[in-house]
Design a protein around this ligand. Sequence first.
Ligand code: SAH
Length: 470
Amino acid sequence: MDFLPVFMQLNGRDCLVVGGGEVASRKAALLIDAGATVHVRAPELSNSLQDCLDEGRIQHRNGPFEEADVNGMTLVIAATDNAKVNAAVHAAATAGHIPVNVVDAPDLCTFIMPSIVDRSPVIAAVSTGGSSPVLARMIRSRLETMLPSAYGRLAKMTADFRDKVKDRFDKPADRRLFWEHILQGSVAEMVFAGRDEEAVKVIEKTLASPDAVQRDMGEVYLIGGGPGDPDLLTFRALRLMQQADVVVHDRLVSKEVLDLSRRDAERIYVGKERSNHAVPQEDINQLLVRLAKEGKRVCRLKGGDPFIFGRGGEEIDTLAEEGIPFQVVPGITAAAGASSYTGIPLTHRDYSQSVVFATGHLKDGSINLNWQALAQPNQTVVFYMGLVGLSTICEKLIEHGMPADTPIALVQKATTPEQRLFTGDLASMPDVVERENIKAPTLIIVGNVVKLHDRLNWYDESAYWAVAKD
Ligand code: SAH
């Protein structure tokens, strides 16, 4: 180990930053965050340092560095682009046995600054001993995705209970067990989901009778798995997917997304083919209830966003009725995915001031929609589940006043390597669909924004095809 990691208490202590540029400004900001009294020595200040000065967050020593500047300092950082000045700062600080860091000059450092993930009071620090700052930053960004932003609140909450837990359990091993139970179980999840009060109550209850609450009631995470590309999952979705005991998934969830759930989790498929309901909705609702009552953490994984044509509302309604804890994690809905990955913005100041999401699902051969409202100018209409009813949709829109040459796009398997885009107008599109071998799921976008595809498209699914063929 070349360096010993330590965390320094700088609250209220004097620290010196030599240099007035952007790098100096970043270092000063960190010291300010740590509560230090920051003195900046520089003949000139960058805009951000000037702002700090105006806000009274730093003290400015105008003019060039002087040896005496280091007197009384707890820590010194040199961030100038002048090697001579940096060396002088180093010499003065080391003469006074004051820790010193010279930016980009490892030989002149008696301490180095790690890349950090700040979830105060939780701090994760990564250092490569100065050998590869880029690698340190990459590791840091991986940690960023693993540490929920609410870790800090969770840590503060446990601090509030430390004394009580000490009073309650004499043996350190018992205390450790208690905290493991709290931090790995539903309490932590409650804090991450912003339900702090509830979490405090559970901690209190567990403290009062630790044996009685050995087995938690399970919980259901209703998670939006996005349109297909696994990169589009949220951090929260990924984290919950990786801790769930059971995954209940739909046909629309891509294999790549599903593969990100915990390896040893049980998987239950409840997919619905069109007009062939594999598992009736009511049975799915009851399945979730049963699994949660068995104490399992259940990931109910749905395509896109659970609250957009996802029947997510019905599923959690049953859970709410049964008093089962649940949380909902939003996902990228197919409209957003298809729009981005085809370069068709859903709104645009020149073409469309509003966007409507509608279902084109046929019930008894008719689509029950307010066509008048959908056929408005300067509006984008997105149809989910519209492939089978496409010709009716085009017909009805024209009938209600939309010009027959209004552009329309049909996006197959958006955001996946099998994405394909078909464009045309309301009059011609039904023929296109008849001619082509189109695979579900597809999304339909109607409106002048479709024209933007030619200029704004950036996604080239053929690149993936080339890789797949190799
Ligand atoms: N909750 C989902 C929608 C479920 S309804 C969401 O928010 O996206 C099912 C319909 O979604 C499909 O018929 C299709 O119209 C659309 N859809 C879902 N994923 C899609 C994808 N990758 N590409 C195109 N359309 C998709």
